[in-house]
Design a binder for this molecule. Structure first.
Ligand SMILES: NC(=O)c1ccc[n+]([C@@H]2O[C@H](COP(=O)([O-])OP(=O)(O)OC[C@H]3O[C@@H](n4cnc5c(N)ncnc54)[C@H](OP(=O)(O)O)[C@@H]3O)[C@@H](O)[C@H]2O)c1
Length: 343
């Protein structure tokens, strides 16, 4: 069930200085729109799909990669000709943790850059009314001050471990702004923090860090492993946001934005990896030790997103506490994943 927030009410189009756009007076009604959702099989996309269903949006087309390779322009062109969408949520992407980014930097760069570029370009050509695409918080410069504001996106280089992915994601903001200036095309880039929740990718070789931690603690508790190994010192902090909150924000990006923009979507709170590990230890009942592997990379030291723009422009803020979100994630993992000793 999606959480509802009473958005700031406006009686006439209001210019939002934070987001540099006009707020829609009446939110766009999605139920009669044809929606194209990419990445609908994925972690965030599958949650958007079920949320749209529960909102009564029935005309949703969500092609899998096997149906349409979004890095291949003729296939993207054919997709838009066949579907003729009015609204696009672009949630396909190559996503993963530090290890996967280090091993496959070329793929992370090429696939994300091509998918974003082609999706926005063909959405514009097809006359799409609103397009929402997923950017990434790791795109922020490693030297930018916390909390990270949207205007700081270009004030330096991203952390080297995931720079190819991060820079491909930054290009979404360039393209969104360029297409609005030249064509008036409305594309919102939602810069996501560390998203976690049910249906995440829990495969250890390429799982994002939250899913990897949930898995490690659940498996260790089930098999009574004496120690859980976690990369880094535990001192790095992250801004974690539960997937249902992200879905709510993405839908608001589609229904409440009337110009191109880049907007942070996260909790706006930072938590250390050590603290997250302690919460997981408590929630899973794990009684063993945590062994910190300090010589393994832990990425950017501190990352917290400023979520003022999301609140002012979309009337959105995250409402799920870390405890509640992690409990739901653990419950889903335990119910849906084979345990270590069963594999
Ligand atoms: N999860 C996070 O914490 C996070 C944080 C920041 C940004 N993001 C961004 O948010 C978006 C969604 O992330 P996620 O965690 O939901 O990812 P995910 O679970 O890995 O799902 C990615 C989806 O992309 C699809 N896909 C990949 N390559 C494709 C291609 N060439 N053609 C068509 N479809 C393709 C996959 O389709 P198939 O299933 O059919 O293979 C999959 O459904 C991504 O753009 C990601 O970079 C995520």
């Amino acid at each position: 069930m999606l959480r509802r927030i009473v958005a700031p009410t406006t009686t006439q189009p209001a210019y939002c200085r934070e987001m540099r756009c006009f707020l829609a007076v009446e939110p766009l009604e999605l139920s009669r729109k044809r929606v194209l959702l990419t990445g609908g099989n994925g972690f965030i996309g599958s949650s958007v799909l079920s949320a749209l269903g529960s909102m009564g949006v029935s005309d949703v087309i969500a092609p899998a990669r096997a149906d349409c390779d979004l890095t291949h322009e003729p296939e993207v062109e054919r997709l838009f000709k066949e579907v003729r969408p009015q609204i696009v949520f672009h949630l396909a992407g190559l996503n993963g943790g530090i290890l996967a980014n280090q091993k496959r930097p070329a793929e992370f760069y090429y696939q994300n850059l091509m998918m974003g570029t082609l999706l926005i370009h063909h959405a514009w050509r097809a006359g799409v009314e609103r397009c929402v695409v997923a950017g990434a918080g790791c795109g922020y410069p490693s030297t930018a001050p916390n909390p990270l504001r949207e205007d700081d996106l270009w004030n330096g280089s991203p952390q080297p471990e995931s720079a190819p992915y991060a820079l491909a994601k930054r290009m979404l903001s360039v393209q969104s702004e360029a297409y609005f200036r030249q064509y008036g095309f409305v594309c919102v880039v939602a810069v996501l923090g560390s998203v976690y929740g049910p249906h995440d990718n829990f495969a250890l070789e390429n799982a994002p860090f939250m899913a990897a931690l949930v898995r490690k603690f659940c498996d260790a508790a089930a098999s009574r492993t004496p120690a859980v190994e976690v990369w880094g010192t535990g001192n790095a902090t992250r801004d974690c946001v539960f997937v249902d909150d992200v879905v709510d924000a993405l839908i608001r990006c589609a229904t409440r934005s009337e110009s191109a923009s880049t907007v942070n979507v996260s909790s706006g709170e930072s938590t250390s990896i050590r603290n997250i590990s302690e919460i997981l230890r408590r929630l899973t009942g794990y009684g063993g030790a945590v062994r910190w592997i300090a010589d393994r990379p832990e990425g950017q030291q501190h990352r917290r997103l400023d979520v003022t723009r999301a609140f002012r422009a979309l009337g959105w803020s995250a409402s799920t506490s870390l405890d509640d979100g992690l409990r739901k994630t653990i419950d889903w993992y335990v119910a849906n994943y084979p345990r270590t000793e069963e594999k």
